[in-house]
Write a protein that binds this ligand. Sequence first.
Ligand SMILES: *Cc1c(COP(=O)(O)O)cnc(C)c1O
Length: 437
Amino acid sequence: MKLYSTKNKAHLVDLKEAVLRGLPPDNGLYMPEQIPQLPQEFIKNLEDYSFQDIAFRVCKNLFQDYIPDNDLEKIIENAVNFPAPLVKLEEQIHILELFHGPSLAFKDFGARFMAQLMSYFNRGEDKELVILVATSGDTGGAVAAGFYQTPGIEVVILYPSGKVSNLQEKQLTTLGHNITALEVAGTFDDCQALVKQAFLDKALTGSIRLTSANSINISRLVPQSFYYFEAYKQAAKERPINFCIPSGNFGNLTAGLLASAMGLPVNHFIAATNINDVVPEYLASGIFTPRPSLRTISNAMDVGNPSNFARMLDFFKETNERSTWNNMRQRISGYAFTDQETEGAIKEVFQKHQYILDPHGAVGYLAIKEHLKEQPGTTNILLETAHPTKFIDDVERVIGHSIALPEQLEQIKDKQKDSVKMTTDFVAFKNWLLQSY
Ligand SMILES: *Cc1c(COP(=O)(O)O)cnc(C)c1O
């Protein structure tokens, strides 16, 4: 399997290099050179396959024979080890619950699979691989859980002291083993700057095998295509199927495009955002205007310059008849909502169905309601990206009820935090890394 850079089709690398590098040197994004179609037989008979079987088939279709079947089976077994159930909310609206993993967000799928692949490609190396991640909260939790106790890999998570929620901090600081949390006296941007500088430092990269667990790593995208098939299977005879994706960097939606390119019969995609609406605006006007993000209650989608947009453009190449914009509009509709509307949706769904949406899912729910006016005969699957207790303060305030913590959070909430305090001084960070690894 070969991958190219979206900035240069001639720059081809194999899967191992794409996964361990994360980003091509020209700052494009890696894309599979070929996206083979799955056999019709398989798609027609999805009900005959378990989630893990589906993941294996889809993955093998993309990777071809790059990883031997026995090894790929083990990777999938370790990575895809929690369910993605589909729950019917109302006529024409189903919810795909992607929050049953250790950090309670869909990012667990990407993080676990990336950990398995990195560990696999790192085997036989006598030096450990050190992964640096800067986090504003959510990504760090998924990466920490995903890489926990993965052989040959050490993880260093930098987070801004006092700027992540108490439970998020517990997710980063209570695992131990190969996960080390650096509590930086600064902002998220400071954390990110330290990580960036580390990769540019010759003394560091010369003595430690450093890599990043970047969200645009192709190994995070691929496993996110698995659950589109799993959802389609569970929706059984309901057709035609639309998918609605609450979006920030648009990785989740791009994974849906990948599933569709492999032959999953997706009728239409619905892109839902908060007021950070760069992509819905593009879909409406044909003009893409990245800008600084604004803060909202669905803060994992507070993105002003979506990193996967380059991949989306790549999926909708200009044809003789139509521009990229027109090709994309044909397949994706975009909708954006305010915090006030989002809170209204959380309340409405709770009162009508006793189902508690998180703020991101609520944005998606609103988008489906709007879209049903355009395509009334469709069944719509909402990707619920996080468990509502991840945003417990806002959700409890809106529904006027307290909600119980799921087991994953109940287990860590009273655990002792263990972090290494760090300033924003690069030299101190560098020396700590050199001493530790
Ligand atoms: C990361 C995240 C999103 C946005 O996903 P993208 O793939 O970046 O579009 C949405 N909801 C939640 C809860 C997230 O953590």
